[in-house]
Design a protein around this ligand. Structure first.
Ligand SMILES: N[C@@H](CCC(=O)N[C@@H](CS)C(=O)NCC(=O)O)C(=O)O
Length: 269
């Protein structure tokens, strides 16, 4: 075979490989009873749910680092048995490559940052890394108050006050750090907390008192604008209408995991 032929064949194989990485047959959620899609050797797979903020944390890192991966979305109310074998806890996100399985968003993201060193997100300094981790681990205070406000429609004004008070810590920290929590560049903290800021307009719409005021939160407001410009954010985000529709379904006990897809009746048996 001539050199040109070999080069052509190599490039064609690489293209096919790249197509395999990113193209799953469907974005629709896999339900109980659906057939497991075999994972090809060497391919990184993310088990996800399109509207899950925790899975979005990992999608943000995958996109930011331009890591090739394929996505298998899971119907979280009717989980396939094979998904429960992959992650017995039954939560997304989960990463799988060959015989390696990693779950929990913070663990997935650290793993990705270690294994794919491009566009590093965690600081190399151990103390700084610990301080960053402290910020995003304690963000669970914000996420639980967020959910409480959403579920109770903000009936208790004290909960909204506590929510804003928690955010004061992030405002103060960002003021010290600069444009992003990573300074001039994004770091893990930015991606770990972003999904809830993307969804904050859902609370703002029904409860204006949850809005971040310019007086109290100037840094977080400027940060939100900067985050919207990042390609990783743009490629993982949904618009307000889509988030609203999904949240309404969730609240009514009937979440449409396939909302917005061509045929959103999720049955794939
Ligand atoms: N601590 C987990 C939380 C993940 C999580 O709660 N994921 C939700 C979807 S947003 C889930 O998989 N829920 C399924 C269930 O509760 O059965 C993480 O950080 O990855």
């Amino acid at each position: 075979m001539s050199f040109q032929h070999r080069l052509f064949s190599l490039l064609r194989n690489q293209t096919r490989q790249a197509e395999k990485y990113t193209t799953m047959a469907t974005q629709k959620a896999y339900v109980q009873g659906s057939k497991f899609v075999e994972l090809a050797p060497g391919i990184l797979r993310l088990y996800s749910m399109r509207f899950c903020p925790y899975a979005q944390r990992t999608r943000l890192v995958l996109e930011h680092k331009r890591i090739p991966y394929e996505t298998v979305n899971i119907h979280l109310r009717k989980k396939p048995d094979w998904f429960l074998q992959i992650n017995p806890i039954g939560l997304v996100p989960v990463l799988q490559k060959d015989d390696k399985i990693v779950y929990e968003s913070a663990v997935c993201n650290d793993y990705l940052d270690d294994v794919y060193p491009q566009n590093k997100l965690n600081p190399t300094d151990s103390y700084q890394k610990a301080k960053d981790r402290q910020l995003y681990e304690t963000f669970s205070n914000v996420t639980s108050l967020f959910m409480k406000i959403a579920v109770t429609h903000g009936e208790n004004p004290k909960v909204i006050q506590r929510f804003l008070k928690e955010l004061d810590r992030y405002e103060a920290e960002l003021k010290k750090r600069g444009k992003f929590f990573g300074g001039d560049k994004v770091c893990m903290v930015d991606f770990m907390i972003w999904p809830w800021f993307e969804r904050l307009p859902l609370l703002n719409q029904v409860l204006p008192e949850t809005r971040l005021s310019q007086d109290r939160f100037p840094s977080l407001l400027a940060w939100t604008r900067e985050m919207h410009l990042l390609p990783a954010v743009q490629s993982t985000m949904y618009d307000f209408k889509t988030h609203r529709a999904f949240m309404d379904g969730l609240r009514d006990g009937n979440p449409d995991y396939d909302y917005g897809l061509a045929d959103s009746a999720s049955s794939k048996l």
